[in-house]
Design a protein around this ligand. Structure first.
Ligand code: 7PJ
Length: 283
């Protein structure tokens, strides 16, 4: 088992992310399905209020996504994605003191949101789209590289691995090399095994159980399991009933040395993080 590497602070634009203790990333979706009722202003307003609530609940980062990466989701054009995300990034950067992460694979969105005040690029495609490595390199921002195979539309069609841990590790190592070649220093990278992305339940569980092996890559780990179908499959609950399963996995991920938790339920997750920290601090 690899020892958990320790980190102090990661520069994220004009702010710093404190990686010496577990950090909570609150999810802010700005896909039309999540704000179906609205005109532009109400969307912006609703997003700002949601971000503000997550910040007061203790979120360290807000992750803004304008493209649904759920299995089977419809593709979104770069223009459409930018129109959704840019005003929200701009509003949050102006109003709130928080690190903004942008969940995007689109080079134009990386460039524009970096200019508007984003502090982190979170790419489920690990900068594999044409132009993404250069856009991320030029932004100067840190990047979260996540493991996935194929595209969200098809990724859940019979995923197969000989050894999911080895293959996820090899993939992430390969993307670290691609980043180095493009001028993105290893010190700017965060790694993510990509729970639920091109993985069957057995793969997700095995990857979670042995996520410590990924510490060998020497970079902070981000874990995103909040409300995901791996919880639904084990417990037999729909999305609305997956909070306790999500919190159990959040506690376990921290115990296994995860540095950042990407979650919907910020207040509840922050309670878990604080409780674990209290125990950790005991004699
Ligand atoms: C993840 C993500 C994840 C990172 C989504 C959902 C699907 N980014 N974006 N890691 N998941 N880094 O939240 O259910 O696990 S979208």
């Amino acid at each position: 088992m690899s020892a958990v590497p320790t980190f102090d602070r990661l520069p994220c634009g004009s702010r710093f992310l404190d990686l010496s203790r577990p950090q909570v990333m609150g999810i802010l979706n700005v896909t039309p399905d999540s704000f179906s009722d609205g005109g532009r202003f109400s969307q912006r307003d609703a997003a700002l209020r949601h971000a503000e609530a997550m910040l007061s609940a203790g979120a360290n980062l807000i992750d803004i996504g304008g493209e649904s990466t759920r299995p089977g989701a419809r593709a979104v054009s770069p223009v459409e994605e930018l129109e959704r995300v840019a005003p929200i990034v701009e509003a949050i950067a102006a109003e709130l003191d928080v690190i903004i992460s942008v969940d995007t694979s689109t080079p134009a969105v990386m460039r524009e949101t970096a200019r508007l005040g984003a502090g982190l690029i979170n790419d489920v495609r690990s900068l594999q789209r044409d132009g993404a490595l250069d856009a991320a390199a030029d932004s100067g921002l840190p990047v979260c590289l996540m493991h996935m195979r194929g595209e969200p539309t098809t990724m859940q069609q019979n995923p197969h691995y000989a050894d999911v841990l080895l293959e996820v590790g090899d993939f992430l190592r390969g993307r670290m090399v691609a980043c180095a070649t493009a001028g993105i220093a290893a010190e700017r990278l965060i790694l993510d095994p990509g729970f639920g992305f091109a993985k069957a339940l057995e793969h997700n569980l095995r990857l979670f159980k042995h996520m410590e092996t990924l510490h060998g890559l020497g970079r902070p780990l981000l874990v995103g399991v909040s409300r995901k179908s791996m919880i639904g499959k084990v417990l037999g609950h729909e999305v609305g009933g997956r909070l306790y399963g999500s919190l159990g996995l959040a506690a376990l991920a921290i115990t296994k040395g995860a540095h950042i938790l990407r979650v919907h339920d910020v207040a509840e997750t922050v309670d878990v993080v604080r409780m674990l920290a209290a125990v950790e601090a005991a004699e």
